[in-house]
Design a binder for this molecule. Sequence first.
Ligand code: UDX
Length: 448
Amino acid sequence: MKIAVVGTGYVGLVTGTCFAEVGIEVTCIDIDKKKIENLKQGILPIYEPGLEKMVLRNVEKDRLHFSTDLASAIQECNAAFIAVGTPPGEDGSADLKYVIGVAREIGRSMNDYLVVVTKSTVPVGTAKKVKQAVQEELDTRGSDLLFDVASNPEFLKEGAAIDDFLKPDRIVVGIESEKAEELMRKLYKPFLLNGHPIIFMDVPSAEMTKYAANSMLATKISFMNDIANLCEIMGADVNMVRRGIGSDSRIGNKFIYPGIGYGGSCFPKDVKALIKTAVDHGYEMQILKSVESVNENQKEVLFNKVKNHFKGDLAGKTFALWGLSFKPKTDDMREAPSLVIINKLLEAGCKVKAYDPVAIKEAHHLIGDKIKYAKDAYEAVIDVDALLVITEWPEFRAPNFEVISRLIKNKVIFDGRNIYEAKELQELGFAYYGIGVQQVQPVTEMTN
Ligand code: UDX
């Protein structure tokens, strides 16, 4: 089997490398020459645990190739996966110019039957446009070559993408012919040894599945954030409520952790895009609109707690931020709640000292020198007015609070991810603010 994967971003690179890992001959293609040169030497454009080693191993075994030349790479391929970006336009709809551009190039250069697979998250109806684009190019060449389109959404979580790809819960494929179904089944067979299904369906349903999955997950998160905010007002503890409802198998215990709002490249973009698709077709997604606005508000919740604690007197204060990426185990800063919090703090005249295990380079790229970057977690808290936990990286879970007590100016922690126990911190003399839990003042202050 031989495939081409076009686009060496997050999805394309993981897809191409994992297919190579099971013995398929893969060429990953990108128009960015520098990126391709780097990849040939094992220098990756993104951070993803385990990916670098896997790239190098498969390049060495001569199963994984990188090229800027789509026309040559596509020859004799069984399938071409389109995994290029679909940046959101101002109105939230996905811009398809790269996807269609690639489809046209495939039509211009293919030399045998192949399946053109959309792997980027694309609006319902895109595969049809891809089909049209490829066909137009074939017609221009006067070629009667046959091809099929397929839609194969990805469900990779950043930070766990390799595992998700190698051991998927399910594979969803939208197809239009038995020939394409057979080919896709053969390609994915090595990944389905754990008994999980490959689900074939029509193309629009496959395209919709991706949006429905991400929108449902985003809904769970916004719902829990709403409940958490109410818990605080009513004197309930959302951690208890979460356990209480999560043990109901109909609800499930995953994706019901409240926090400072969801971020990343998928949830915000896909929720917006689905709302927009509906509007374009005369329908209103009422729940999703609320999911989005709850999320926007939630990104400000931690800042508001800081403001209340210091009674609005923030100018000139310095705050330590632990974590910058939108979630642990990634350097991805797209739509990260940290960006909103940093902005709010800077607007209020505060200084920020941030530490993140891997995202500092990315963050510097976006924020520049408006904030300071610390070399490690403890350096960040030296002499600051409070510590804000933004991303729940494992190394923040059990820090040495004695050391923090000595370094920090005010013993105050704002925990945006509920990773600490309020009671424990209270006993250590900290004021502690979580999300949806009772806010505590230090024991000493209370007894005074
Ligand atoms: C997501 C989907 O999980 C994946 O299937 C899809 O293909 C792409 O989008 P990803 O964006 O990598 O993956 O991150 P994920 O781990 O799903 O987290 C998304 C956001 O939700 C993060 O900001 C995270 O902090 C937040 N989150 C997640 C919560 O606030 N609470 C939760 O309980 C779970």
